[in-house]
Design a binder for this molecule. Structure first.
Ligand code: C5P
Length: 480
């Protein structure tokens, strides 16, 4: 092939080609080769058309790449060097099941646990390991691996990799991709509980959150090390794949499309007289966040809300109620549903001798004692229905002591399937606050066995998203 020269072209065309080459990180000569190759493939009709082609940041060569994999969203999956790396192989499959195209990068550490060969066999793609790889079909490989995707997922995200990300290191392929990326990043931390609770990791987590990095997990449980347990287990591959899917298809993921979900939220007000009532400190934030997340997942959502100071979630059918009895009626009227989540802090008692008129103070006279009677237990009532019992009933347990013990007793007593248990002792600031530390208790329908999954502290929105992801993966399994 003759040498390429652009010297004889006119200034405007030359400048355009130089600009295009710079944008694509190629030499001018290589850029002209690409243009000619595209032209020969019918991408351009005549050489004279070249300068008129818009110099888009997504040139045709990239479009061709995209067409190869249809309209699938693309993930660059970075596997970090931890024992949970073996689960990342399953994650490749889980993402592919969700129609996600996966391209894998392994750190040096990851290669001690899993091989590039396994990753590439599962992803049907070459897996990448080196920053300076002469075999890469990509020029400036890390830049293109960073940009030619819709999302970067790091799983497992080790303490070291997170520290590198938080501080902008770029001394290997994984960290260089993360630094060069302008795409959303989702990390699934996994490390020893002591490393997770170390002040340095906490600083890095806070920094990464400020930088807009999304995080799933870590969960609590047994560690790979013998006799070690605590927070640090990587989230399950299905959870990560769901979270990735939700980020990739924020408006179209809809794993709960076609499902009808009922959620109760907020406190109830139990009238003493027309102006006074008994209430509690529930803000309704958690239930509203779940309604939002369920709607985002495509569900048809009915939110039965006690009195709260929150805006109605968009797209959700909200029924406002005051008392526990109103709440029960609204819940019964909403049946049948596929999933019912009882996040409301329903008052346990109501006043029997409710005043028809405002109770008056009488000088020197004590107030007549308020007679209380038990309110209907909405969760237990719905859980025990013979007909119209929703296939999945989820309760909440707000406890100030013996959290798991009390929540386990509650799941049995009320007859629900799952309980979201949280410690609401005043020191936690959960009641009315913005974050939540949750334990999810799930009861196996066949064996009755109860499993406990402890989630790391997270915002109420993240609790909602994680719960909805968990519901979606359970519903998919049940109907598979
Ligand atoms: O018994 P306890 O109030 O701790 O139970 C909490 C769970 O039960 C929550 O899911 C709450 O919404 C539900 N509940 C209910 N009706 C009641 C009391 C609690 O639905 N009267």
């Amino acid at each position: 092939m003759a040498n390429l020269s652009i010297r004889n072209l006119d200034d405007a065309i030359r400048d355009e080609i130089r600009l295009r080459a710079a944008r694509n990180g190629r030499s001018v000569e290589d850029e002209v080769r690409v243009i000619l190759r595209e032209a020969s493939q019918g991408g351009l009709t005549a050489a004279a058309d070249l300068p008129q082609e818009p110099l888009s940041p997504a040139p045709r060569s990239r479009e061709i790449l995209r067409q190869h994999s249809g309209s699938q969203p693309k993930v660059t999956l970075i596997i970090g060097g931890g024992i949970a790396a073996y689960k990342a192989l399953d994650l490749i499959r889980r993402m592919k099941e969700r129609g996600i195209h996966v391209r894998v990068v392994l750190t040096q550490g990851a290669q001690k646990f899993v091989t590039a060969l396994a990753a590439s066999a599962l992803s049907n793609e070459r897996a990448y390991t080196d920053l300076f790889d002469p075999q890469s079909e990509f020029d400036a490989g890390h830049i293109r691996l960073a940009r030619e995707c819709d999302l970067i997922v790091v799983a497992p995200a080790t303490a070291d990799l997170m520290a590198k990300m938080a501080n902008g290191h770029a001394d290997d392929l994984a960290s260089a991709i993360l630094l060069a990326s302008n795409k959303p990043i989702l990390i699934a931390p996994a490390m020893n509980p002591l490393m997770w609770s170390n002040a340095a990791t906490k600083r890095n987590v806070a920094q990464l959150k400020r930088d807009g990095v999304r995080m799933i997990g870590p969960n609590a449980g047994e560690m790979a090390e013998r006799n070690e347990a605590g927070i640090g287990r990587m989230a399950e591959p299905t959870e990560i794949a769901e979270a990735a899917n939700a980020l990739l298809r924020p408006t179209v993921p809809q794993p709960l499309k076609g499902k009808r979900i009922l959620i109760t939220a907020g406190p109830t007000h139990e009238p003493i007289d027309p102006v006074r009532y008994i209430a509690n400190r529930s803000s309704g934030k958690q239930g509203y966040a779940i309604a939002d997340a369920a709607h985002a997942a495509g569900a048809d959502v009915i939110l039965v809300s006690g009195p709260v100071e929150l805006d109605e979630p968009r797209g959700v059918n909200v029924k406002h109620v005051e008392s526990a009895r109103d709440m029960l009626s609204a819940v019964e009227a909403a049946l049948p549903v596929d999933i019912a989540i009882f996040a409301a802090a329903v008052a346990d008692w109501r006043v029997v001798n409710e005043g028809a008129q405002k109770l008056k103070k009488k000088a020197g006279e004590a107030m007549a004692p308020l007679q209380l009677t038990e309110n209907p237990d909405i969760l237990a009532t719905i859980s025990k229905l013979e007909s119209k019992r929703p296939p999945l009933v989820i309760g909440f347990a707000a406890e100030t002591e013996h959290l798991i013990e009390n929540a386990t007793a509650k799941i049995k007593r009320k007859g629900c399937d799952w309980i979201v248990a949280n410690d609401v002792s005043p020191a936690t600031g959960i009641m009315g606050g913005d974050s939540n530390t949750v334990n999810l208790l799930t009861r196996d329908k066949a064996t009755g066995e109860i499993a406990v999954d402890s989630w790391a502290p997270m915002s109420k929105e993240d609790v909602a998203a994680t719960l909805v992801a968990r519901i979606a993966s359970t519903m998919t399994k049940d109907t598979a």
